[in-house]
Design a protein around this ligand. Structure first.
Ligand SMILES: Cc1cc2nc3c(=O)[nH]c(=O)nc-3n(C[C@H](O)[C@H](O)[C@H](O)COP(=O)(O)OP(=O)(O)OC[C@H]3O[C@@H](n4cnc5c(N)ncnc54)[C@H](O)[C@@H]3O)c2cc1C
Length: 585
């Protein structure tokens, strides 16, 4: 795969959204092809982690106890059965370690959680209150029982005393619910409005914390302006829309057409939100309820209208996949010290090995996504705090989603992206001692968000081949989205491959290349002799290689001893890198 480091000055080329498999996903470093190939290899692992382990298949969140902080909208509630969530109300249904009385015992990562005092001391106000008094302090307000200034998301506390609901993610899949109309539109609008990194307003008003109507005086004004904008947009009058909005009292959501003069950081914010929206749309189109037949099945029309006609949205899903994948690759070190489930050491070991195996399958360093080029300019350092606060606001808006299941997955995915951003910008890949804490909910959200994106990539591929098939375009060899059974089959093949590689003694396969029924006894004799000769030669060659191998072992073990003697971290053997946790299995 070809990689090109994204540059801050790089504007997306006009055809950035075109679906050229070899094209690099703009603002990331990998091509669509590379991401798809990686996804094929990784998807079975992700699927298995999120479906088969207690740790990653259960999520705890405040699903009902938080009120929408921005508006009160009883009409926006979804009454469909599909919107409902089955929470685990029965203590016995919750995995043992997360039952209320056990929660206090949960072990976290090695990093110490900074206390409130410490956080207050560390707090800076790079914006000098320019965006309003509340911005930058969002962590200490009513929500945050266990909040860290470095969080990009309002955490859903999992402490034993916190109000929360346990949910099995496996039993409540993200799919079509029928939630639509003004309620859902209002939520999306509020989310996109957080993307308005406008100039600080006069008189110290916050644009971030207290902007439920994006600076418009009321909801009606805001809807009217958005409608105007949509109509003008449909008529191809983008420039006029911009100036119309500029004449108003507020900024509008940033559209991709306005990307060209936007810095990387702001583009990233928009792409994360739009990619999340597009991924949700993909899932609801993939598992769509045919209300006449009562069957759940992919709805091609839904995909065409919401995604296929908007390649930029699809591109944003790939972008998010690259971003989240990079974050998961970056927590390798952190996860080494993580205790997943102290009540059951066998499960703990298994879960850790699975996560480490996944993290190891992800290319390390900035090959997929290079976060190190963000927030580097002096100009953009204050932007980081603004960025973080805006993302927290997006997570708050989730309490305004009027459909329980959509709220569950919306909250989980916002937490997942928030965690990914926190890992990218606050974690040290090589030294986890100063990393901010990684809560269980964050880790669960991160991997489930990656799984959702991974599923989106597979679904999009399948939808594309459905379109090609319908339009008579032959594209042989496009892999299809696998059923759970197929996923498990592929997983076991992959695992066998890993096992084969791991257990490989170097002995080549010497398949018999004959069919006895068509051969004479002499033919069989010569064929067998050929086989024996090959095996004999292979044994001789291995003896010849023994001194070289011994030398290699002495050098490797010598350098490990040297590290140990110097007090440095002992470097791992190559197979330990490739098969982490193997010893523990
Ligand atoms: C947090 C959240 C979670 C949800 N989860 C579910 C769910 O699990 N199942 C379900 O059936 N419904 C869910 N919904 C509802 C769903 O997202 C849609 O809002 C609903 O299906 C109505 O769709 P729509 O066609 O009106 O457009 P919407 O998807 O509501 O989009 C509104 C407007 O935003 C713009 N837009 C759309 N997609 C993008 C994009 N990717 N990037 C930029 N702009 C875009 C378009 O101009 C569009 O008209 C959820 C809604 C929210 C807010």
């Amino acid at each position: 795969a070809s990689h090109a480091a994204p540059s801050k000055s790089k504007n997306p080329p006009p055809n950035v959204c075109d679906f050229e498999p070899g094209a690099i996903v703009s603002d990331a470093c990998a091509s669509y092809n590379t991401l798809e190939q990686l996804n094929e290899a990784i998807h079975p692992y992700l699927h298995s982690i999120t479906q088969d382990t207690d740790f990653f298949s259960h999520y705890r969140l405040s699903l009902y106890s938080k009120k929408c902080p921005f508006w009160s909208d009883e009409n926006g509630m979804c009454g469909n059965v599909a919107c409902a969530v089955n929470t685990l109300d029965n203590e016995e249904d919750i995995p043992l370690v997360w039952r209320a009385k056990e929660l206090g015992k949960l072990e976290g990562p090695t990093a110490q959680h900074p206390g409130k005092k410490q956080q207050q001391e560390r707090r800076e106000k790079p914006l000098q209150g320019g965006l309003g008094e509340n911005v930058g302090e969002s962590c200490v307000v009513e929500y945050d029982d266990e909040c860290d200034d470095r969080d990009y998301c309002v955490p859903d506390d999992e402490g034993a005393t916190a109000k929360g609901d346990y949910v099995s993610l496996v039993d409540n899949p993200e799919r079509f619910t029928g939630y639509a109309g003004v309620g859902s539109q209002q939520v999306w609008e509020a989310i996109y409005r957080e993307n308005c990194f406008s100039k600080p307003p006069k008189n110290g008003q916050s644009t971030s914390q207290s902007s439920p109507f994006g600076g418009f005086e009321n909801q009606q004004q805001m809807h009217a302006a958005n409608q105007l904008r949509n109509v003008m947009k449909e008529q191809g009058l983008q420039q006029n829309v911009k100036s119309a909005i500029a004449q108003g009292t507020a900024t509008a959501r940033l559209d991709p057409v306005e990307f060209d003069d936007t810095c990387l950081e702001k583009r990233v914010f928009y792409r994360v939100v739009s990619g999340m929206h597009a991924s949700i749309s993909t899932h609801l189109c993939w598992e769509y309820l045919n209300q006449t037949t009562g069957q759940w099945s992919p709805n091609l029309g839904c995909y065409e209208n919401r995604l296929h006609k908007f390649p930029d949205r699809i591109s944003n899903i790939y972008f998010n996949y690259a971003l989240v994948m990079r974050a998961v690759g970056k927590i390798k070190q952190h996860v080494q010290d993580y205790s997943f489930c102290s009540e059951d050491p066998a499960q703990d070991t298994r879960t850790k090995a699975m996560v480490l195996r996944l993290a190891s399958a992800i290319p390390s360093g900035p090959e997929i996504f290079d976060e190190t080029i963000m927030f580097q300019d002096p100009d953009t350092i204050s932007l980081k705090e603004d960025f973080r606060n805006r993302f927290r606001n997006v997570s708050r808006v989730m309490d305004c989603v009027g459909c329980d299941k959509c709220r569950l997955w919306g909250k989980l995915q916002t937490n997942g992206y928030g965690t990914a951003l926190k890992v990218l910008f606050e974690f040290d890949e090589h030294d986890s001692s100063k990393d901010p804490p990684l809560r269980r909910t964050e880790l669960v959200a991160l991997l489930n968000t990656m799984d959702r994106l991974s599923h989106s990539l597979s679904a999009i591929k399948e939808f594309r081949s459905m379109i090609d098939e319908r339009d008579g375009i032959a594209k042989p060899g496009i892999p299809t989205l696998q059923s759970s059974e197929e996923v498990l089959k592929t997983k076991s093949i992959l695992e066998d491959k890993v096992d084969e590689k791991f257990d490989d003694d170097g002995m080549p396969d010497f398949p018999r290349r004959w069919y006895a029924e068509n051969m004479t006894v002499m033919d069989e004799f010569w064929a067998e002799l050929e086989l024996v000769t090959k095996a004999f030669l292979w044994v001789l060659k291995s003896w010849v290689r023994i001194p070289g191998k011994m030398m290699k072992i002495i050098i490797i073990e010598g350098s490990r001893l040297w590290d140990y003697w110097l007090g440095l971290p002992v470097r791992p053997r190559s197979w330990e890198i490739r098969f982490p946790g193997r010893d523990e299995l």
